[in-house]
Ligand binder design. Structure first.
Ligand code: FRU
Length: 326
């Protein structure tokens, strides 16, 4: 590459390689093109806090200059993160938080706002009366806790809008096969579902298809990916009513990392805005995503061209050196 890599960033990714996490990593890689002095080592903990602890230690041993970490769960991972921070290595939390001040910066979508938006959206659809059901993610993870708080705080403003059934999940769908029908048996008048991500929302719809007439339910998910089975497609084809975009913060994390490493000013807490996508705005959203996609392809083409040019430059330099030394 053009410049020597001066700084190594370690990225401890909590999750499995789902599309949302892959998007985060792709955004990081793309942003890194503009920071030739930064390199990155990525480790994925596959939703296991113990693995993540070990991987954070491995990254420490690889002499990283900065750690970006999406903590799988608040408590188990906290100690490892504090250890890194106390060694004087800056720590950027992304997407999920820990319960301590020992970090340098946070970047992520506003999960509390996502919960609030879900409640307001469902309220609007139901004239602010009716029973709703909440399908949570793992409540040992900050993103899920914040989504639930935002959702229930907002519902509390409407006395006739009631959260009558909560299902706890580890973001894994299989538990819905039993828990969802039993929620509907106890409360046949449930009118809306807020699922903490689009995958859970789509699985809920699948389960309900087999059990009750779900057709006029309001189903809201989170993530809003533009992938073939992502939230945007599900809104387009009517599988779910709405999705709330959860930005990954991958690009911004690298930008903040660069600022920290170059002693430039940065904000400690960085919340990315979010938006509800339903059938009224999904078409515009799809067009925008398509446009972004072509821009990204252009960036990738520029990158390839630069790499080719550099190869040519290097081989010509070698030839020149040989010529000069003759
Ligand atoms: C992906 C994911 C997303 C969710 C986020 C919460 O691994 O489960 O679906 O929005 O993590 O941290």
């Amino acid at each position: 590459s053009f410049a020597s890599k001066k700084y190594t960033i370690g990225f401890s990714q909590c999750g499995q390689r789902d599309n949302w996490r892959l998007k985060m990593e792709a955004e990081m890689e793309r942003e890194l093109l503009y920071h030739p002095d930064l390199s990155i080592i990525i480790k994925q903990a596959l939703d296991d806090s113990k693995t993540q602890l070990e991987q954070i230690d491995e990254l420490l041993n690889q002499d990283i200059d900065l750690l970006i970490v999406s903590p799988n769960e608040i408590n188990p991972v906290q100690k490892a993160i504090e250890k890194v921070y106390k060694k004087g290595i800056p720590v950027i939390l992304i997407d999920r938080r820990i319960d301590s001040d020992y970090y340098t910066a946070y970047i992520g979508g506003d999960n509390y706002e996502i919960g609030r938006f879900a409640a307001e959206y469902i309220g609007g659809k139901l004239d602010y009366k009716g029973n709703v059901l909440e399908i949570q993610g793992a409540m040992t993870m900050s993103a899920a806790v914040e989504r639930s708080n935002g959702f229930n705080d907002a519902l509390a403003n409407y006395s006739k809008l009631k959260n009558v059934y909560k299902i706890h999940s580890f973001w894994n769908e299989n538990i819905l096969a039993d828990s969802l029908p039993s929620g509907f048996n106890q409360h046949p008048d449930i009118k809306a579902i807020f699922a903490f991500n689009d995958d859970l929302a789509s699985d809920a719809v699948d389960v309900l298809k087999k059990h009750t007439n779900y057709s006029d339910l309001v189903v809201v998910g989170v993530d809003g990916l533009a992938t073939p089975k992502g939230g945007i497609s599900m809104v387009e084809n009517g599988t779910i009513t709405a999705t709330i975009i959860y930005p990954t913060g991958g690009k911004e994390a690298i930008q903040i990392a660069s600022k920290i490493l170059h002693n430039k000013p940065f904000n400690k807490n960085n919340l990315l805005p979010t938006v509800v996508i339903d059938k009224t705005n999904v078409k515009t959203t799809r067009l925008q995503y398509n446009h972004i996609e072509t821009l990204q392809q252009d960036i990738d083409r520029s990158k390839n061209m630069l790499e080719k040019l550099e190869e040519q430059y290097q081989s010509q330099k070698t030839l020149l050196l040989i010529a000069v030394s003759l």
